[in-house]
Design a protein around this ligand. Sequence first.
Ligand code: AMP
Length: 217
Amino acid sequence: MNMEIPVVIFLGAPGAGKGTQATYLAEAKSIPKISTGDMLRSAVHEDSELGRKVQMIMKEGRLVDDKTMLSLVKERIAHNDCRNGFILDGYPRNLAQASALDTVLTPEMKLKVLNIQVSEEEIVKRIAGRRTCAKCGRIYNIYFRPPDFDEKCDLDGASLCQRSDDDESVVRKRLATYKEETLPLIRHYRDRKILQVINGLQAQAAVRKAVLAAVDR
Ligand code: AMP
């Protein structure tokens, strides 16, 4: 029996909407979304050994080393909930990570790479305006999707916070890191003919539809 296991990679600059779209797709396909950024933020929050190691790096908008990232991802995708496929949000981030990922995939796993494209000005606005509910994690944007009441979550009234690396100067640094390290990945996957480009400037529902169509293709 030919059992194909989808492994979806979301590429795109910080703020392109990878996290939001990966969450939708995970629900639609009943497969887990693995966000390396979220995993690292939890580690920082828990003040674990990993958290202490990566805290400064994340604060400065730099990348955590490839070896640490591979062991984190490898351990996560070995969990039972990944057996029918999974979505990677934020990994791989450079060519070395892309090669490392290839070594941990099984022959049944089929890579589908989606690049969500958005302009730089839009990104700065999106990220600098982004706020997250401290309690339920719901995402808002003070420019595009403000809460009903000033800086409070519509669902539970908890305060909204800004990620420490969403500050504008850090956003610019993260964009520079993205251009330097992650753009070559787009070429890499385009050459392998598994890259699909999604226009991230469309309304969220249209992006969602395009993502689903790309994954089912
Ligand atoms: P993100 O939420 O994906 O924007 O990630 C936030 C931060 O976590 C990044 O700016 C990096 O410092 C770190 N990070 C997340 N994923 C990776 C990765 N694959 N490789 C290296 N660092 C990462």
